[in-house]
Design a protein around this ligand. Structure first.
Ligand code: S3P
Length: 184
């Protein structure tokens, strides 16, 4: 698989609570890839958590930081990169995402609600009606997430191992073989 990927980065996209970080870590381990997480890098660089950044500097500033972190991590190879749920919103981010293979973890809103109902680390989910807010965000973003190369549809019955196994099964079918040494 490592040979097949030839260093191609893998970007994991999807809603908050989709499991991007957990899945990304295990996938990186199985592929013998490096693992990076854009939110963690932003927190490390700013020495602030995501809530603080949103509260003190606003969402626009966060999105700019997110874009510049993506710009920098896209210089790596052999890397699985888990992204923040809103990375798909900036059009210029797609130029970087498209340099790698993009995987959308598609998780139903009811499952997200279960996972996020006690979470207080996501500034966009401070509203009382969590389900309505998640539906709202998903409606705004679905057509963007659908641009991924691979869509993994997840139910509450799938565990991390199942999901990573499925990703590893699908990746080879999505790699374009555009170099045939016998023809050169
Ligand atoms: C956001 C998702 C969060 C984080 C920020 C905004 C979003 O990351 O980047 O709170 O807009 O969906 P996770 O998707 O890792 O929770």
């Amino acid at each position: 698989m490592k040979d097949l990927l030839r260093g191609l980065n893998i970007y994991i996209i999807g809603m908050m609570g989709a499991g991007k970080t957990t899945v990304g870590k295990l996938l990186a381990h199985k592929l013998e890839y490096r693992f990076l997480d854009t939110d963690s890098i932003i927190e490390a660089v700013t020495k602030k958590n995501i809530n603080q950044i949103f509260a003190e500097e606003g969402e626009t500033s966060f999105r700019n930081l997110e874009g510049s972190v993506l710009n920098q991590v896209s210089c790596y190879v052999h890397t699985v990169i888990s992204t923040g749920g809103g990375i798909v919103l900036k059009q210029e981010n797609w130029g970087h995402l498209r340099e790698g293979m993009i995987i959308w973890l598609d998780v139903p809103v009811d499952v997200l609600v279960e996972r996020l109902k006690h979470d207080n680390t996501r500034p966009l989910l401070k509203e009382t009606d969590l389900k309505a807010k998640l539906n709202d965000l998903l409606n705004q973003r679905k057509s963007l997430y659908q641009q991924a190369d691979i869509v993994i549809s997840i139910t509450k019955h799938h565990n991390t191992e199942d999901i990573v196994e499925e990703i590893i099964k699908v990746i080879p079918t999505k790699i374009k073989v555009n170099f045939n040494p016998e023809l050169n």
